[in-house]
Unconditional design. Structure first.
Length: 450
């Protein structure tokens, strides 16, 4: 596969290293001659120095013939423009990495068509979701989010006999806003029908709305979350995103430590008194003692200063905090965190790079998630009918066996469909399918339904 990576930072270098070792032809574009030289010396890649938004430079890197272009610089505007130029040059698939996806809010599909990217990933959102899931003590082994986070796909293990294993899927009383998309039993992976019955140790992929998925997790054996006190050190991008994801979760109280008074005021205004914002530093022992931080269940350090995160987690643990979590800005520090006894160390850049690696193995440019080592894919497709039709019921779409429509996005509305639900011209459908169905499914929603 021919792959062009724009940006030789931690995400780009990690991707280039793994992809080149897997035998792909990799070109890397970066404005730093030092980074380009270091890559050429340490990896089997072609490195080019220059502006990753220039058409001539991208063309010489091979973007016009590339199977995949990944824009992963530390500048969101550069990444967006690089995606646009690469797609116009002829790149088959383009992945956009953003630090902050708020600028897409409400206009995600507009930007997707205007800029030509196929998938957008945010380092902040990936890290925040990973950490928030830990705090919520989710039962899920894996979580994928779609439609601005309104739709999720979760992988769960059935841990014990329960009402979920008592009857066939058709006879179970499941929450309304979800669908069982796939089932993995030992080495067998398939899309179940209503006559299938779940069993202990099955792994199931469930797609739907977050509140209904939370309810389903309880049915599958997750214990109910008790009261949790969470302290977040740092109100920047990752810290703020974690607070957003935890805000309103029943039983979770949040305090944010932010040393910049102006940022603290902005946070307090944004959350409207729903959480407590303190001006101070997590490495200030007097502040930690005064605010009784040791009574917290979880302490999360999210600043850009790795050393400060380490010290703060150590102090919090020594004061009695049950669990410490740290964001790593330098992936090489992961072993140090482990040695120091930090319970969980998360590198947003490595998370992002690893998520991108899945798309190298996907079979469709419309894939927005690849699961079970490539045995299933989630697609996002715009609906176009032929023959003048403007609407069809799900049950009349003639979907290939092994395909499930998980959600319909219609403007600001998200619908978890049943067989009688109408799919309208112009809707966006999020569907799960097996790889062998990719061609048929894409044709079906690109004017192939009469």
């Amino acid at each position: 596969m021919d792959i062009v990576i724009i940006g030789a930072g931690e995400v780009g270098s990690h991707l280039a290293d793994i992809l080149s070792r897997e035998g792909h032809r990799v070109s890397v574009v970066d404005s730093s001659p030092e980074k380009a030289k270091r890559l050429m010396e340490s990896m089997d890649v072609h490195a080019i120095t220059g502006d990753g938004t220039r058409a001539d430079l991208l063309n010489s890197a091979g973007a016009s013939q590339a199977d995949l272009v990944v824009a992963v610089t530390n500048n969101d505007q550069v990444n967006m423009l690089a995606c646009l130029v690469s797609k116009q040059l002829g790149a088959r698939r383009v992945i956009l990495r953003l630090l902050d996806t708020k600028l897409l809010q409400g206009y995600r599909y507009f930007y997707k068509h205007a800029l030509g990217f196929d998938v957008v990933l945010s380092t902040q959102e990936l890290a925040a979701e990973e950490i928030a899931a830990t705090v919520r003590e989710q039962h899920a082994l894996e979580v994928e989010s779609f439609a601005d986070g309104r739709v999720q796909l979760r992988r769960l293990r059935i841990r014990q006999e329960s009402e979920l294993t008592a009857s066939t899927l058709a006879n179970l009383r499941l929450p309304g806003g979800l669908l069982v998309a796939a089932l993995m039993r030992k080495d067998k992976f398939y899309v179940p029908s209503g006559v299938d019955q779940l069993a202990v140790d099955d792994q199931i992929y469930v797609i739907g709305l977050a509140p209904d998925l939370d309810e389903f997790e309880l049915l599958s054996g997750a214990r109910k979350l008790g009261r949790r006190s969470v302290v977040i050190m740092g109100g920047g991008g990752v810290g703020r995103e974690i607070a957003r994801k935890l805000d309103g979760v029943p039983g979770v109280s949040i305090r944010i430590l932010e040393k910049d008074a102006q940022v603290a005021r902005e946070l307090a205004s944004e959350f409207g008194g729903e959480l407590m914002v303190l001006v101070g530093d997590g490495s200030d022992l007097d502040l930690l003692l005064e605010e009784r931080i040791g009574d917290a269940n979880v302490f999360i350090a999210t600043t850009r200063d790795d050393e400060n995160n380490m010290v703060s987690c150590q102090l919090a643990r020594s004061l009695g905090v049950e669990r410490t979590v740290a964001v790593i800005n330098k992936a090489s520090y992961r072993k140090i965190y482990d040695l120091l006894g930090v319970d969980q160390a998360i590198s947003p850049r490595v998370l992002c790079a690893n998520r991108m690696l899945r798309f190298v193995r996907s079979g469709s440019v419309n894939s927005i998630a690849v699961i079970a080592d490539g045995r299933g894919e989630v697609l996002e497709l715009g609906v176009r009918f032929r023959g003048g039709k403007t609407s069809r019921k799900v049950k009349n779409l003639s979907l290939p066996r092994g395909t499930v429509i998980g959600a319909i996005v219609r403007g600001e509305d998200v619908i978890i469909p049943g067989g009688e639900t109408a799919v309208n011209e112009g809707d966006q459908v999020i569907l799960f399918t097996l790889p062998e169905n990719l061609g048929d499914v894409e044709a079906l929603f690109a004017g192939g339904v009469s």
